[in-house]
Design a protein around this ligand. Structure first.
Ligand code: DGP
Length: 116
C-alpha cells in the first residue's frame, strides 16, 4: 500500500469500481474513461509504480498480471478479433497513475498503435 495511491485503494476495495476479475495477487476493473468498447485495467495488488520496476522487483507477479490480462481478454470476448495490451510507462507515455496497470482494450478496430 502506498499512501494516496488510488489503485492501491481500489485493490483494497476502499474505492468503488466495476470489478471484472480478482485473483489472490491481481485485480481487474473497468477504466473510468474508456477509450474502446472494452477497456479494463489489470493491476497487481502490491504497489509498484510501473511495469519496469515491477518486472525487476517481482517477475513472477509481472507474469501474473499478463496472465490475468489474457484471462480478462478471453472473458470479455476479445480473443477472436484481437485486442491491445498497453503499459504506459513514465512521462513520455503519458502515465497518469503510478501504480502499474495494463490496459486491455478491444471490442472494435483500434486504429494505428500510435497517433501521428
Ligand atoms: P495511464 O495514463 O496509463 O496512467 O492511465 C490511467 C487510467 O486510469 C486512465 O485511463 C483513467 C483510469 N483511472 C484513473 N483513476 C481511476 C479510478 O479511480 N477508477 C477507474 N476505474 N479508473 C481510473
Amino acid at each position: 500500500m502506498s499512501d494516496n495511491c488510488v489503485f492501491c485503494r481500489i485493490a483494497l476495495r476502499e474505492l468503488p469500481t466495476e470489478l471484472v476479475h480478482e485473483s489472490p495477487n491481481t485485480v481487474a476493473f473497468r477504466d473510468l474513461r474508456p477509450q474502446a468498447p472494452v477497456h479494463v485495467l489489470v493491476i497487481p495488488k502490491p504497489h509498484h509504480p510501473d511495469v519496469a520496476t515491477l518486472a525487476a522487483a517481482d517477475p513472477a507477479l509481472a507474469g501474473e498480471v499478463l496472465s490475468t490480462a489474457a484471462a480478462v481478454a478471453e472473458a470479455e470476448g476479445l480473443r477472436a478479433d484481437g485486442f491491445r495490451l498497453i503499459f504506459n510507462t513514465g512521462r513520455y507515455a503519458g502515465q497518469e497513475v503510478f501504480h502499474v496497470h495494463a490496459h486491455v482494450v478491444g471490442g472494435a478496430p483500434l486504429g494505428p498503435m500510435l497517433s501521428s
